[in-house]
Design a protein around this ligand. Structure first.
Ligand code: 13P
Length: 253
């Protein structure tokens, strides 16, 4: 079975509205590239307009970078899934390490967010990954396993099959230090095995697992060439159309 290949950009808190629209249209004009699905994770305030830009192109969708787990209510400053869905976003990035670190999102709240995204019929891009001290102690696989167990493994197989996973080692995010293709492959393979053990090999074989952490034009091809790496979640290199397109081209055309 051929898994979906996905390259998602995570713009984080970068680009004003005008810059965001320009970037989205510059990227969309170059698509589709082969079978790769491109997802733009934009700031919330850009979502609707970026979706208007990309909806006339194939092979490109938009993602929110976070959501609230409740349906609606007195949560000043938060975004509900109804709002996100109503402007055409189909994906929601969840559990990014920056959300975990700066906004204290833990595995338990992320489990609720995952449920809420799936209930709305949208697709979570669930981020996991370890900090450097954990890797140094060789506890990285166990750390990621706990993240998946606590936030995802309550799902029924049919729900779980809709998830996209992004492995983002924290030490590689924004640092210029990329995991080697072998390090990425080791973890992706381990994640797939955890899924096979919990669910089935069939479910595991169908899940797209993206790598994130200093993905750039120079290393995309070697990372995406690994058997269990099904694409990337890209920060810095997603902010320039030419770089981002070159990353997408990291898949053999
Ligand atoms: P960089 O590509 O800038 O390292 O960021 C990765 C990331 O955090 C994507 O979500």
């Amino acid at each position: 079975m051929k898994r979906k290949q996905i390259v998602a950009g995570n713009w984080k808190m970068n680009l004003n509205f005008k810059e965001g629209i320009k970037l989205a249209s510059d990227v969309a004009k170059k698509l589709p590239l082969s079978d790769v699905l491109v997802v733009l994770g934009t700031p919330a305030i850009h979502l609707q307009a970026v979706n208007e830009v990309v909806k006339n192109f194939s092979g490109i969708k938009v993602a929110a970078q976070n959501c609230h787990q409740s349906e609606k209510g007195a949560y000043t400053g938060e975004l509900s899934l109804d709002m996100i869905e109503s402007v055409g976003a189909e994906y929601v990035i969840l559990g990014h390490s920056e959300r975990r670190e700066y906004f204290k999102e833990d595995n338990a709240v992320l489990a609720k967010k995952v449920d809420a995204v799936l209930a709305k019929g949208l697709t979570p891009i669930f981020c996991c990954g370890e900090a450097l001290p954990i890797r140094k102690k060789k506890k990285h696989v166990a750390h990621v396993k706990k993240q998946l167990q606590d936030s995802l493994f309550h799902l029924k197989p049919a729900q779980f099959s809709k998830i996209v996973i992004a492995y983002e080692p924290i030490w590689a995010i924004g640092t210029g230090v990329t995991a080697t293709p072998e390090q990425a492959q080791e973890m992706h393979k381990a994640i797939r095995k955890m899924i096979a053990t919990k669910y089935s090999s069939k479910v595991a074989e169908g899940i797209s697992i993206l790598y994130g952490g200093s993905v750039k034009p120079a290393n995309a091809k070697s990372l995406f060439g690994q058997a269990d790496v099904d694409g990337g979640l890209v920060g810095g290199a997603s902010l320039k159309a030419a770089d981002f397109i070159q990353v997408v081209q990291g898949f053999d055309q």
